[in-house]
Design a protein around this ligand. Structure first.
Ligand code: GDP
Ligand code: ZN
Ligand code: ZN
Length: 523
């Protein structure tokens, strides 16, 4: 029976009735779940954002590939086709490469018994000829394998090609064998050793720690710290099929991301491995797909120099190392420097505890360059007298001075919200006078005279034109401040300027238009 028969059915409206129960238990459970969901969402958002902040670190990489492959090769001997089995070991299929890369051969095309003589080119549209007029003596084009003699000779049957002086017989233009000859290379394993160094501080570490069991195989969830990778597994992780890539070759990236927290209470510094296919798998035949190169083995037969030419297809693995970089901060009311992680979790840099590191001993020879510009008795930075003109009471708080500021002279950061906390740093840990009010700040950091001198000291023929001058002087002033307060150049590169100093320098050497770009890591 249709449901819309009676009039009363049409004019109905459904709603859910909400009952509010006063219960301690249910209320607690409800809030418990709210809190869990909220924390998870915030955590996911924050960790996602931080993960993108990858920077290269100073590191060394060493790899060792292991595995044996049985190769069935078809060869032609005295006009008869034969199948030969051979065993390939590490020395046969790996090739030394520069940088943080290694190569594993997966497929090849061999041209055996080549020697220097005259022979016809391999027939292609470009080399076919019908008479000597189609060839040109002395001609060589970049595609050909030798120098033409000017004669047109028989290659095979009634096909004629231009004769060349070359390594003969000429390599045939052929397709890479399918399936790949070293298809079983997917079972090879590679051991990756990676040592990293955080600049400016003697912190080095490595991925293979003494107690690590190295009979393991890497697995993303079950064995994420194992430094031994099965090649086939790497391809599975990126959604590629090893056997397909093995035919033409390819390039695979292995990323090592060092997620380090060097806070004293929460020391943690371990690598995370991930993979990324780097070659373009969509290129078609005409655009040289895959990855290959030629390689020759030379030998002598009856006192004639001969070679075996091999067109090698394989996979180049590039190892890319990233990490969270350390930053340094220095407060004028503290004798040590603090090393902080870049992971700031949205907190102002001012409030991050970090790890205390000693201030490097000052290199006094550098100071000898300064008296030129500093007329009165040269002050000695780093000594207790250094801040002597600093008044005891704090500078009156400027109207814009943010809550984290202890000196009253800092200004809010102009950076995008996600990076703002990096510039929320004062020259002091506790309330007091600002370092920018000191005599030394004026002399060492703001003196146009000194800065010009330093710029010319580096580049004697520098033309200080009006436009670029201010920004050069400003950047030089940042460096002066950093070398003064951090001593070692390594640390200075990663030193964060307090907001008050940054803005005092910018006030002295302003930019005529646009926003200031702020701190960019040198790596
Ligand atoms: P710009 O002149 O518009 O590019 O902006 P800035 O006046 O902020 O200067 C940017 C340059 O100064 C970049 O090369 C930064 O690396 C450098 N710089 C800015 N802030 C800092 C800092 O806190 N520490 C260090 N070491 N360099 C900084
Ligand atoms: Zn301040
Ligand atoms: Zn200050």
């Amino acid at each position: 029976m249709p449901a819309c028969c009676s009039c009363s059915d049409v004019f109905q409206y459904e709603t859910t009735k909400v009952t509010r129960i006063q219960s301690m238990n249910y209320g607690t459970i409800k809030w418990f779940f709210h809190v869990i969901v909220f924390s998870y969402v915030s955590f996911a958002l924050v960790s996602d954002k931080l993960y993108q902040r990858k920077e290269p670190v100073i590191s060394s990489v060493h790899t060792k590939v292991k595995g044996i492959a049985e190769v069935k090769e078809e060869i032609v001997e005295n006009g008869v086709k034969k199948l030969v089995h051979s065993v390939f070991d590490t020395a046969d299929y790996t090739f030394p490469l520069q940088g943080n890369s290694f190569f594993v051969m997966t497929n090849f095309l061999k041209t055996e018994g080549q020697e220097q003589r005259l022979c016809p080119e391999y027939p292609t549209r470009r080399t076919l000829c019908s008479s000597d007029r189609g060839c040109k003596k002395g001609w060589m084009d970049p595609q050909s394998k030798g120098i033409q003699t000017g004669r047109c000779v028989v290659y095979e049957g009634n096909r004629k090609t231009c004769e060349v002086s070359a390594w003969c017989p000429i390599e045939a233009v052929g397709e890479a064998p399918r399936p790949a000859l070293l298809n079983s290379a997917e079972n090879f394993t590679v051991l990756i050793k990676n040592n990293i160094d955080f600049p400016g501080h003697n912190y080095t570490t490595r991925n293979i720690l003494p107690g690590l069991n190295i009979t393991c195989t890497f697995h993303k969830t079950q064995n994420p710290q194992c430094p031994i990778f099965r090649l086939g597994d790497i391809f599975r992780e990126t959604g590629d099929n090893f056997s397909d890539v093995a035919i033409q070759g390819g390039i695979m990236g292995i990323e090592i991301y060092w997620d380090c927290n060097l806070d004293r209470w929460f020391h943690h510094c371990r690598p995370k491995y991930s993979f990324r296919r780097l070659d373009d798998k969509t290129t078609n035949v005409s655009l040289y797909p895959g990855y290959n190169f030629r390689y020759a083995k030379y030998y002598k037969e009856n006192n004639v120099e001969k070679r075996t030419l091999i067109k090698v297809f394989g996979i180049r693995f590039d190892i890319l190392v990233f990490g969270t970089t350390l930053k340094y901060v220095s407060f004028v009311d503290e004798s040590h420097i603090r090393m902080v992680n870049q992971k700031l979790l949205g907190r102002s840099l001012q409030d991050v505890k970090g790890q205390e590191v000693p201030r490097p001993a000052m290199d006094f020879t550098d100071l000898s360059k300064l008296p030129l510009a500093l007329h009165d008795p040269p002050p000695i930075p780093g000594q207790p007298g250094e801040m002597q003109p600093l008044r005891e009471e704090a500078t009156p708080r400027s109207r814009d001075s943010p809550v984290w500021c202890q000196c009253g002279s800092c200004l809010p950061s102009q950076l995008p919200k996600s990076h703002r906390c990096l510039e929320e740093l004062c020259c002091r840990k506790k309330p007091g006078a600002c370092i920018t009010t000191s005599e030394l700040f004026r002399k060492l950091v703001l003196s146009r005279h000194i800065l010009q001198f330093l710029l010319l000291y580096q580049e004697p023929l520098l033309a200080l034109d009006v436009d670029s001058t201010n920004s050069r002087l400003r950047h030089c002033a940042y460096r002066c401040y950093a070398t003064w307060r951090f001593g070692s150049q390594d640390m200075a590169d990663f030193a964060i300027l307090p907001s008050c100093c940054r803005w005092r320098i910018r006030k002295e050497f302003p930019k005529s238009e646009g926003q200031y770009s702020g701190f960019k890591s040198p790596y």
